[in-house]
Design a protein around this ligand. Structure first.
Ligand code: ZN
Length: 411
């Protein structure tokens, strides 16, 4: 993203504010915001990693007096200490404004009934979807996750028109609706799917089975939550709300800037955040900058749909595998579903890549031949031969949270 003089001033102000707090006072020790004169200067600042935020647990990220904090959220603690993000009133209001803008971009109006399945509580998702819907003036239906029977009953009784969900939960609901034969009774027209990398096949299944237009909504707990960007009806990447954020794309290995639409990791700096501002925060999401104006007319830059996580890329026998490439590959093969898992093992000094995929086929000979087809296609397109194994539909786990596709058992 370009750096204008006005933007540089905003960034320096955000940095100076961040350094009011202990966390950035230490992180940027010896650096003065006024010394940042150019984009190049800015790009020499150290990155902020999630690991750094963990070390600030519980409230070390505070950049304002504690009285100014009205709420906290926390990112998942499944891997060690959680990260706690404190929000001021302005922070929660700004988030709602961005989120309402997401709904507007997706064509959601005051007439819509917004069915919210992401979780409530410490996690940022549910309440972000709700406050944005309320600010827009739509009817929020705050279900939260789980209890599929109730989800479908409410969806029918209340004639929900917009479904907010993760891709894996939207798929689970789509499959249940199909199974119960209640497709004709639901009124969904749009679905906002929390951003994670998800393939074309899954996308088209959800769109077809629910009969909805799909929108990718982007965000992460460390930076407000979901709602800092969204795709528009032209489905060409996601617009980011750059009046609240500055973003960079970097080489995940070297940290060097990647311009001109090369794939790299998204790094975000907050411009207005009070409670816990972040400067050069590494999201570990892989994407690229898209150039040119969007036909929707929105004057906000776009990044591509997420390609994966920089920590999800795996190297097997010298070949880099991105989950998105596997999605794309499987989407081209008939009778293979969008659900798969890759398990990498190390046996007798060799790496072995196992690929499990779902199929509706049952005949033994047909299954064998399909496995062979998948192995050959994988070798041709990705560069190494996996052990492919077909399993029945629904045998691989679905979850309400983000699906993990690659299990690396080598270390
Ligand atoms: Zn657009």
């Amino acid at each position: 993203m370009d750096m204008t003089e006005a933007l540089l001033t905003k960034i320096k102000a955000s940095m100076a504010h961040a350094m009011q707090g202990e966390f950035y006072r230490n992180h940027f020790r010896g650096i003065h915001p006024e010394a940042i004169q150019s984009r190049e200067d800015f790009e020499k600042l150290p990155f902020t990693e999630k690991e750094d935020l963990r070390e600030a647990y519980p409230l070390g990220l505070l950049a304002v007096q504690e009285e100014a904090i009205v709420r906290i959220h926390s990112s998942s603690g499944t891997t060690g200490t959680p990260v706690i993000i404190p929000y001021t009133q302005q922070d929660v209001d700004d988030w709602a404004v961005m989120f309402a803008r997401c709904y507007e971009t997706a064509g959601v109006t005051r007439q819509d009934r917004v069915h919210i399945t992401p979780g409530y509580g410490l996690w940022t998702a549910g309440i972000g979807f709700q406050r944005g819907a309320e600010l827009l003036g739509a009817m929020a239906i705050p279900l939260g996750p789980g209890n599929t029977d109730k989800q479908i009953k409410m969806m029918i009784d209340l004639q929900s028109t917009v479904l907010c969900a993760t891709s894996s939960y939207a798929l689970l609901l789509a499959e249940e609706i199909e199974k119960r034969g209640v497709r004709e009774q639901i009124a969904l027209r749009k679905s906002l799917i929390g951003s994670e990398r998800w393939g074309e096949k899954m996308r088209s299944r959800i769109a077809a089975e629910l009969g909805v237009e799909l929108y990718d909504i982007y965000g992460l707990t460390e930076i407000y939550g979901p709602g800092i960007g969204i795709s528009c009806k032209h489905a060409c990447g996601m617009h980011l709300w750059t009046d609240y954020l500055y973003y960079e794309i970097i080489d995940p290995k070297t940290g060097e800037p990647r311009r001109n639409g090369e794939i790299g990791e998204l790094v975000i700096t907050t411009l207005r955040k009070e409670g816990a501002p972040l400067i050069r925060y590494r999201t570990h999401d892989l994407t690229r900058e898209l150039s040119g104006d969007c036909p929707c007319g929105l004057d906000f830059p776009r990044i591509d749909t997420l390609i994966g996580r920089s920590d999800d890329m795996v190297k097997v026998k010298g070949t880099i595998i991105y989950p998105s490439r596997v999605d794309e590959l499987l989407a081209t093969i008939k009778d293979v579903s969008s659900e798969y898992q890759i398990i990498i093992d190390h046996l007798n000094g060799r790496d072995i890549l196992n690929l499990l995929f779902e199929t509706t086929l049952q005949d033994r000979a047909a299954l064998k031949s399909l496995e062979k087809t998948v192995e050959t296609a994988f070798k041709d397109r990705i560069g190494l031969t996996p052990h492919a194994k077909a399993v029945g539909m629904g045998e691989l786990p679905r979850s309400e949270k983000k699906s993990t596709r690659i299990f690396d058992n080598r270390y």
